[in-house]
Design a protein around this ligand. Structure first.
Ligand code: DX5
Ligand code: ZN
Length: 222
């Protein structure tokens, strides 16, 4: 099943709760939560208190994308604040295996992210331990960037790696995904689609609805 994970980074924070509810009414079941530390990436976004507050009001699956250095230090606190899945960056740690173990210990779903320049093969030693691989389709750091075309082959390669191991692990794509290029990543094998500006600018309900309806059709046809 293809899932939409609207990235709240592009939401209007004055009415964040309402906008997230609109995505839910439209059929979204996930929300993507981008944590930026001003070090792994240039910007600072939001962190634990915001997540804790959202968790109180929403039953959306909270997909936490940690763009922070030394993620192993932060995993426990994000789990305690209500994350359902925690995704760390392979490039942000000296010990990806320890990060995976730390997430496993919290009982949350395990995600690992790779930047556009990181070979997908780095995933191999950890392939059995991941619930999801996040393939960045822009350089992490900002919403509203353009999809990097070379990502398509990377998604396909990762999908093949999982298939060869008999795994149907989720592949999430993040960055520059719009209604008019989403089929490219679906065809390559992505199953979780992050969309920030494509959902949260303009009519949030209609934008989310358009993706969700399309994914239903896609699931029915595949
Ligand atoms: C970028 C973030 C993304 C961002 C995507 O570093 O990880 O989740 O919100 O935004 P769009 O969909 O606008 O490219
Ligand atoms: Zn993200």
């Amino acid at each position: 099943m293809i899932k939409l994970a609207p990235s709240i980074l592009s939401a209007d924070f004055n009415i964040l709760g309402e906008q997230m509810e609109a995505t839910k009414r439209a059929g979204a079941t996930w929300a993507h939560f981008d944590v930026m530390d001003g070090s792994f990436v240039p910007q600072i976004s939001f962190g634990n208190p915001v997540l804790r507050s959202l968790r109180k009001k929403t039953d959306l699956f909270l997909d936490v994308h940690l763009m922070v250095v030394n993620p192993e230090r932060k995993i426990r606190s994000f789990a305690d604040c209500g994350a359902d899945m925690i995704t760390f960056h392979y490039e942000a740690t000296d010990d990806p295996g320890a990060c995976i173990a730390a997430i496993e210990e919290t009982g949350k779903k395990v995600g690992m992210a790779i930047k556009p320049g990181t070979p997908v093969e780095v995933v191999k030693p950890f392939i059995n331990r991941l619930d999801m691989l996040l393939i960045m389709t822009v350089e992490p750091g900002f919403g509203g960037q353009k999809y990097i075309q070379a990502s398509t082959n990377r998604i396909a390669k990762a999908r093949q790696m999982f298939s060869e191991m008999g795994l149907d692990t989720d592949i999430e794509v993040d960055g520059g995904i719009k209604r008019d290029n989403v089929d490219v990543v679906l065809r390559a094998g992505a199953t979780v689609i992050v969309a920030g500006s494509a959902v949260y600018s303009g009519d949030v309900y209609e934008n989310a609805r358009s993706f969700v309806d399309h994914f239903k059709e896609w699931d029915a046809a595949h």
